[in-house]
Ligand binder design. Structure first.
Ligand SMILES: Cc1cc2nc3c(=O)[nH]c(=O)nc-3n(C[C@H](O)[C@H](O)[C@H](O)COP(=O)(O)O)c2cc1C
Length: 207
């Protein structure tokens, strides 16, 4: 039986991976884009995030990575609740506001909101909103990993998914409806955003 081809391992003396090389490598990944919001005794706050990941469906649990230096951090940890609002095409501007140094009132003025269970603002036209209670927190480097149990869901939006990759926004087109030409690809990615001065560094910092 033939052994699979393997390249030689890097030498033990290899230069360690530096932060900027890591950020550059992470920029190649395509990620969904979310607004993380909270409200309660700690105040109303929110920020744009790509570092969101499902952990388990029993119980439904996800994680969010948040920079402890971000202006939303104190409110999130004080309230102990958050809502993950997944964005679609047309949400590039609100993603920019929540990702920049914009006052909280201006961020929230850019959307229409409702409440699910926790009291955190849920974006009315999000692709999906995961309303959560924070059940665990783990500090890693500059960020906290927040473990969140999902206590309510809403999926009001019909838009194509918004992605962030190569420091730009893109949309992922939905599968064609029946009757489309068979040769048409099932999903197509289209760039919709321009490179922003704020987005890249902030997004990369979040990785
Ligand atoms: C596309 C994109 C994705 C981001 N992902 C994250 C993330 O996962 N975690 C994080 O802490 N910050 C992330 N950021 C940066 C925060 O949105 C930003 O630092 C936050 O709004 C804090 O800014 P403030 O301190 O002015 O409120 C992202 C920014 C952008 C534009």
């Amino acid at each position: 039986m033939t052994e699979p081809a393997m390249t030689e391992p890097e030498s033990a003396a290899a230069v360690p991976v530096d932060a900027s090389a890591y950020r550059e490598a992470m920029s190649r990944l395509a990620s969904a884009v979310h607004l993380i919001t909270t409200d309660g005794p700690g105040g109303r706050a929110g920020f744009t995030a790509s570092a969101v990941c499902s952990v388990s469906d029993a119980p439904p649990t996800l994680l969010v990575c948040v920079n402890r230096a971000s202006s939303a951090y104190a409110a999130l940890t004080h309230n102990g609740t958050l809502c993950v609002n997944t964005l679609g095409e047309g949400h590039e501007a609100v993603a920019g506001l929540f990702g920049g140094r914009t006052p909280m009132d201006e961020r929230f003025a850019a959307g229409t909101w409702r409440r699910l269970r926790s009291g955190a603002p849920a974006l009315a036209d999000a692709l999906v909103s995961f309303d959560c209670r924070i059940v665990g927190r783990h500090a890693v480097g500059s960020h906290d990993v927040l473990y969140c149990v999902v206590e309510a869901l809403a999926a009001p939006g019909q838009a194509d998914a918004l992605l962030y990759s190569e420091r730009r926004y893109h949309t992922l087109s939905s599968a064609p409806r029946s009757g489309s030409a068979p040769a048409e690809p099932a999903r197509a990615v289209r760039t919709v955003g321009v490179r922003s001065a704020e987005g890249p560094a902030r997004a990369l910092r979040s990785a």
